[in-house]
Design a protein around this ligand. Structure first.
Ligand SMILES: Cc1cc2nc3c(=O)[nH]c(=O)nc-3n(C[C@H](O)[C@H](O)[C@H](O)COP(=O)(O)OP(=O)(O)OC[C@H]3O[C@@H](n4cnc5c(N)ncnc54)[C@H](O)[C@@H]3O)c2cc1C
Length: 437
């Protein structure tokens, strides 16, 4: 007799971890991890992913290519690794303020959001984001502090970039784990739900949570519902600025993390500019070369960059205008990207002024192409009549609420601070609420 699980979770990234953490005890649960990476040609993949893979000796955890309709853009990928994109991320694990879009429509109140954040944070080891101790002469509203970083798990404080993977591996120990990719979903004749897998087999369950990341979820839904015309989602791709003159700040900090400082402007608990200042002298030489000239070499594996590299300080700047929209075709294999209009961006000008007040000079800046910001959210599916509807509105109708999404796709909008903690808190809250019904 085939097993029918109470719940199937598709995906094994941060939001899958949050989903698992919110499921009632004593359910039978299967997790489809999707950790079946393709082997793309190395130059295709984002330098951070290439460098982390090379340095750790693992395949880049990506699969399912999405080609740009315009040649100048880069290929995008669905994630294919336990821990998801958090294997390659900037490790910033940040709560939204009361004035940020934390999900006021969903959570009963701000405290309910903070409670879910705290539950997720308790699994990990975090730095506290100490404010810069000296005088800074920053313009009003700006603050400078060390980033709040997720450096390890509660059991392994030194896990570093492996922390999310370790945490979900730990959580999955109690459940049935399938290391295949889900290819589509369908309803069985007896009214349960099947997840079709890349090896040709199926897993059946009564309820499915899709936590395959925005691209993974979009592709699965497109493969499962014939009548869809496509999908779209939002990205928050920052400006990349290059500054000099901030070396005294890099020297003044006690730590040596590559992500050296956070510069934010806060007004009424709302962050309306968020910037990260990086120290290229505190990372691998491969990351410096990969970011600068797209060259990553196995011969340089393990080689740290020279302190000279600290002379130029990259600053990533997220503003209210630096969002973009990615549109997928019906096959989920081609995309076009559209940057929001930022012809006048006050947030950018103010941040450049703030960097100057710290003694720095910004030499140049450019916008990251849409899709390469990796702050994906707001997945909407395009119906055959051309209307766009949120992914969970569609899934509720299609499956009578038995198939739902719990990854960052369901955030209709995000704030300027990195959003993964908020996505996880939202997933937990949604799964808990649904499980009570
Ligand atoms: C370079 C970089 C820097 C970043 N920095 C930060 C930061 O500092 N702070 C922050 O908050 N966020 C950051 N992010 C974003 C963060 O990593 C994502 O927001 C987060 O990982 C999204 O979590 P998720 O669970 O929604 O999806 P993902 O992390 O994409 O995980 C998706 C999971 O689903 C699985 N999957 C995919 N397709 C399938 C399928 N067909 N079948 C089965 N399983 C499937 C994958 O194997 C993976 O386990 C960064 C990302 C990158 C790449």
């Amino acid at each position: 007799m085939t097993t029918c699980f109470d719940v199937i979770v598709v995906g094994a990234g941060p939001c899958a971890l949050a989903t698992l953490s919110a499921l009632p005890a004593n359910l039978s649960v299967a997790i489809i991890t999707g950790s079946e990476p393709a082997l793309p040609s190395p130059s295709d993949v984002h330098p951070k992913i290439r460098v982390v893979s090379l340095e750790s000796g693992q395949h880049p955890g990506v699969a399912d290519r999405i080609e740009p309709t315009e040649g100048k853009h880069r290929t995008l990928y669905a994630t294919a690794i336990t821990g998801g994109l958090a294997n390659y991320w900037g490790q910033q694990f940040v709560r939204y303020g009361r004035g940020d879009p934390y999900g006021a429509d969903l959570f009963t109140n701000y405290q309910a959001y903070i409670d879910e954040c705290s539950t997720m944070e308790a699994l990990f080891c975090l730095t506290d984001g100490t404010p810069f101790p000296g005088p800074t002469h920053l313009p009003e509203g700006f603050i400078l502090h060390e980033p709040r970083l997720l450096n390890g798990t509660a059991d392994n404080a030194a896990a570093g970039l492996d922390a999310m993977r370790f945490a979900i591996d730990q959580a999955m120990k109690n459940y049935t784990c399938v290391a295949c990719r889900a290819t589509r979903l369908s309803r069985t004749e007896t009214g349960e739900w099947s997840v079709h897998l890349s090896d040709g087999s199926r897993v059946t369950g009564r309820k499915i949570w899709l936590a395959a990341g925005v691209i993974g979820t979009a592709q699965l839904v497109l493969n499962s519902i014939d009548t869809l015309r496509g999908a779209s989602f939002r990205d928050h791709a920052p400006y990349m600025a290059y500054a000099s003159g901030l070396r005294h700040l890099l020297r003044a900090r006690p730590g040596r993390h590559f992500n050296a400082y956070t510069l934010e402007r806060i007004e009424s608990s709302h962050c309306d500019v968020f910037a990260s200042i990086y120290d290229m002298g505190s990372t691998e030489l491969n990351l410096v070369l990969g970011s600068a000239i797209n060259l990553v070499s196995p011969f340089l594996r393990g080689v740290r960059s020279p302190s000279l590299a600290s002379r130029l300080q990259p600053v990533q700047i997220w503003t209210m205008r630096s969002f973009s929209r990615i549109v997928l075709d019906a096959t989920g294999t081609r995309y076009s990207s559209h940057l929001d209009d930022a012809s006048t961006d006050d947030g950018l000008c103010q941040t450049i002024a703030a960097v100057s007040s710290l003694g720095g000079k910004v030499w140049r800046h450019n916008r990251t192409p849409g899709g390469l910001g990796f702050h994906y959210h707001n997945l909407r599916m395009t119906l055959d009549d051309g209307r766009d509807i949120p992914v969970n509105t569609l899934l509720r109708r299609w499956s009578d609420g038995h198939v739902l999404c719990s990854d960052a796709s369901i955030l209709p909008t995000i704030g300027l601070r990195p959003h993964t903690l908020t996505a996880m808190a939202t997933a937990r809250y949604l799964v808990k609420k649904q499980s009570e019904q």
